[in-house]
Write a protein that binds this ligand. Sequence first.
Ligand SMILES: C[S@@+](CC[C@H](N)C(=O)[O-])C[C@H]1O[C@@H](n2cnc3c(N)ncnc32)[C@H](O)[C@@H]1O
Length: 228
Amino acid sequence: MADFSLQDSLAAWEANADFWDSYMGDNSNRFHREVVKPRVTELLAIAPGDRVLEVACGNGNFAAGMAAAGARVTAVDYSPRMIELARKRHPADGVDFRVTDATDEDQLMALAEMGPFDKAVSNMAVMDMTDIAPLFRCVAHMLKPGGCFVFATQHPCFTTLTDRYLTPHAYMGEGIAGQPVEQCYYHRSLQDILNLCFRCGFVVDGCYEEAYGGKERPDVIILRCIKA
Ligand SMILES: C[S@@+](CC[C@H](N)C(=O)[O-])C[C@H]1O[C@@H](n2cnc3c(N)ncnc32)[C@H](O)[C@@H]1O
């Protein structure tokens, strides 16, 4: 797909990390609370003692919530500044925060020592990643059989559209009004995302399309993938 490199995308998130953390605060924004969190929480169905991997955890709010529900959580993000802020915001919540690039198979597989995981989750980040194949492959590898990977991402049919749908492509955009720099987005069609899930041995058994503010066009798609 290219257009914008991993270095371009990481530089943008490093530049935006402080803004993101103070904007999200302890409870995240209304979009996350109303559009992302309810269905992801429902599909993930955290049980006390679950070993969970969160990928692209941002400032760590969702990870801290899972830990409060009794899960043993490893939460990773590729932005060192974001991880520093997550640790500062959640010093006593028992989450193991680590810097890990989800496009790097070796870095991901280094997390296997914390597994095998019962569950994995990624909120609003698949569309931010230069390459998602390593993530799906490695998560499939690190989950227990029957374990699930729940992810929420911008709905490719309605949100990440430029003038193209079928061809993967990258573009720059603003996630939150007023953020210091634009970030890199990577559009993939629904068939590209789903076929990657299937190739990695996942069965999709849950799906929601969620719209902000009662619209008819969904902003977000949330999928639950079960390791067959
Ligand atoms: C839109 S934010 C979402 C943060 C958090 N999951 C939430 O919902 O509040 C996207 C996050 O993905 C992270 N990210 C983007 N590409 C990544 C990669 N290759 N590996 C790990 N994290 C990545 C960014 O640093 C950022 O924290």
